[in-house]
Design a protein around this ligand. Structure first.
Ligand SMILES: Nc1ncnc2c1ncn2[C@@H]1O[C@H](COP(=O)(O)OP(=O)(O)O)[C@@H](O)[C@H]1O
Ligand SMILES: [Mg+2]
Length: 252
């Protein structure tokens, strides 16, 4: 099948984003096909969060553009949220439905049912009436995932969903996201755990202000590419690529 006929979920075209006079994204062009799980990888300050915000139209590019097909749900980096805000888990998830209501819309029974179903999916149905301030780190992350799921969006953008989350929760979240993929959704995840890249993602996007690669993970997440993108000092990246290559060949 000719690749160009696969529908695109995200397309960036010479995207440049500045904060003041400094470019944090420079001439970034790529596309992501529909229905894949993509790992967005790069060191701190690489512009990963900025790329998501540009895709959400929260930030205006200096030049170029990034376009998304269909509806988008967003899981922001957890520390950017006020967790003392006095609402219950159910209310927090229902906030994900407001976008669907329109001008005079009101939350209906169906919205409430969808919220409870989303909480159930992330294993929090027992906590629906608890205040979010009482939630642990892992529970907060799962709550965010529920709020994204309830939107039933075509594209999910998740910014470091596994930061400060235990491995069991991380695996549980990945299982939920794989189910979303089976439903035809496209999922873009900012991720730091390099040893799990080949296990988790179909595609990888390597970013450090510039784009270093975007494509099927086996083509992009190689030792050569990683050293090229991040320099020889990034031996951690190289080791991770070797490790995951080993664990993959071990399974064959
Ligand atoms: N609102 C802002 N104003 C000025 N500089 C910013 C702002 N947000 C991020 N930056 C800077 O832009 C660069 C990229 O940030 P970010 O997209 O958050 O990177 P990442 O998510 O890859 O760690 C960093 O150097 C950061 O300090
Ligand atoms: Mg970030």
């Amino acid at each position: 099948m000719n690749r160009s006929f696969i529908p695109k979920a995200v397309e960036a075209d010479s995207l440049t984003v500045n904060y003041d006079k400094t470019s944090v994204l420079w001439d970034v062009s790529f596309h992501i096909p529909k229905g894949v799980i993509v790992g967005l990888l790069g060191p701190n300050g690489a512009g990963k969060s900025t790329l998501l915000k540009a895709a959400l139209k929260l930030i205006k590019p200096l030049s170029g553009q990034i376009v998304t097909a269909g509806s988008v749900a967003y899981v922001p980096q957890r520390e950017t949220v006020d967790w003392d805000f006095p609402i219950t888990a159910e209310e927090a998830v229902l906030m994900g439905r407001y976008g669907k209501l329109g001008l005079f819309g009101r939350l209906k029974r169906a919205d409430k049912e969808a919220a409870l179903a989303a909480l159930e999916q992330v294993g929090l149905s027992g906590c629906a009436h608890r205040q979010i301030s009482q939630f642990s780190g892992g529970q907060r992350q799962r709550l965010f995932i529920a709020r994204a799921l309830v939107q039933n969006a075509d594209l999910l953008l998740l910014d470091e969903p596994f930061a400060g989350v235990d491995l069991a929760t991380e695996k549980a979240i990945m299982a939920i996201l794989r189910k979303q993929k089976e439903l035809g959704k496209t999922i873009l995840i900012v991720h730091h755990g390099l040893q799990s890249v080949k296990e988790y993602f179909d595609w990888a996007l390597l970013l450090k202000t510039r784009l270093y690669g975007c494509g099927p993970v086996d083509e992009i997440f190689t030792r050569d590419m990683i050293v090229k993108a991040f320099g020889k000092d990034q031996s951690l990246f190289a080791e991770a690529a070797d490790l995951s290559a080993k664990s993959i060949s071990g399974h064959l």
